[in-house]
Design a protein around this ligand. Structure first.
Ligand SMILES: Nc1ncnc2c1ncn2[C@@H]1O[C@H](COP(=O)(O)OP(=O)(O)OP(=O)(O)O)[C@@H](O)[C@H]1O
Length: 353
């Protein structure tokens, strides 16, 4: 059971504060869409308007083609899971999960079947008789998920549901949420400010900044083809080298950017406006080490940081700016060494400054 969700010109102001500029957003039936962005960018406001907990100042919301802008939260066919599990402390796990169904006046048999199925789905079938305080944080969050899934909403909204968990448990629960999304087949809208979580979980990521959508696309669209400087720097580790195009823009067959005290090749298809300043995005993993003067630019190694599977090398470039490269464990970079750096220009992205 899933439904398409649409926001059309949906906006929210609090007096002078714009919490969300009028925004268009379509979430396909069964899709997992994540709202990602810094604090205050409008993620929660957008989610709460979809839920019906906050009234929009402009625009409307449609679920499965029906305008629900003025429909009560409980009648929108939406389930919600928050960071705080908000379980009822005086009720057993089983009764917590049954609560929403009883509120919806389902028959006893229906309630029993749905609660047992929801607890099994979150692998908590054995815990029905316990009370919330007898569970770990991760287990409580599973119960909060089960409580939402039990009545099979077609759209499920999750606001930082793993925010209170430690890193290891968080990663484990991310895998669980992916599995549950597949099993339920519902439309998921998920809020997080953790970019790794957004990239791991989502079919598409909606990156928000300053009360509007900065970019929306698949995780690889955002990582490999960021549309703006903000998107490039918010997602993944980025080296951003700012400069201007070399005279005539084309030297040899490739256009050249003058940046960081060097002549850097650009992808030929880059969108070049000769007069403006440009920023070249180089991901650490796109860089390769060669002998000094054999690459596009030389750098001096300032620091070497061990990351387990690989090593991050901090370098200073000819103009004094810094850059991070990733290098395999087989190389042994030494602080103070001068190295050359090379890359495939087609694995870089050119942005307007
Ligand atoms: N009830 C309110 N009254 C006034 N301003 C509000 C209210 N709720 C939110 N805002 C403002 O609207 C903007 C967007 O807030 P919102 O909570 O949607 O951001 P967010 O991206 O979810 O941030 P966070 O990650 O910190 O939760 C912020 O500037 C916030 O201060």
């Amino acid at each position: 059971m899933s439904a398409k969700l649409e926001a059309i010109g949906l906006g929210k102001r609090y007096g002078e504060t714009v919490a969300l500029e009028p925004t268009d957003l379509t979430v396909q039936a069964g899709e997992f869409l994540t709202l990602l962005g810094p604090s205050g960018s409008g993620k929660t406001t957008l989610l709460q308007m979809i839920a019906g907990l906050v009234a929009p100042t402009s625009g409307r919301i449609e679920i499965a083609g029906q305008d629900v802008t003025h429909v009560d939260p409980g009648k929108r066919g939406i389930g919600m899971v928050f960071q705080s599990y908000a379980l009822f402390p005086h009720m057993s796990v089983w009764d917590n999960v049954a609560y929403g169904l009883r509120m919806r006046s389902r028959s006893r048999d229906e309630v029993r079947t749905a609660v047992d199925a929801a607890l099994a789905m979150v692998r908590m079938g054995e815990f029905g008789k316990r009370f919330p305080k007898e569970l770990s944080g991760g287990q409580q969050q599973r119960i909060a998920l089960a409580r939402c899934f039990a009545y099979r909403p077609s759209v499920i909204l999750l606001d930082e549901p793993l925010g209170a968990l430690d890193k290891k448990l968080r990663e484990h629960m991310q895998a669980e949420i992916r599995r549950l999304h597949k099993e339920l087949g519902a439309t998921f809208v998920y809020v997080t400010h953790d970019q790794d979580e957004a990239l791991t979980l989502s079919d598409r990521v909606c990156l928000m900044n300053d009360a509007r959508i900065e970019q929306i696309g698949t995780p690889s669209d955002l990582y490999d083809r960021p549309a703006t400087r903000f998107a490039a720097s918010f997602i993944g580790h980025s080296n951003l080298l700012e400069g201007s195009l070399a005279d005539g823009a084309v030297a040899g067959s490739e256009p050249i950017l003058l940046a960081a005290g060097a002549r850097l090749p650009l992808p030929r298809a880059a969108n070049l406006a000769p007069s403006s300043r440009h920023v070249l995005l180089l991901r650490p993993e796109a860089l390769e080490f060669v002998e000094p003067k054999q690459g596009f630019i030389d750098g001096r190694i300032d620091d070497v940081v061990f990351f387990g599977s690989d090593t991050h090398v901090q370098l200073s470039l000819p103009d004094g700016s810094g850059l991070t490269a990733r290098c395999s464990r087989t190389l042994s970079p030494r602080i103070g060494d001068l190295v050359g750096l090379t890359w495939d220009p087609y694995r870089t992205t050119l942005l307007h400054a």
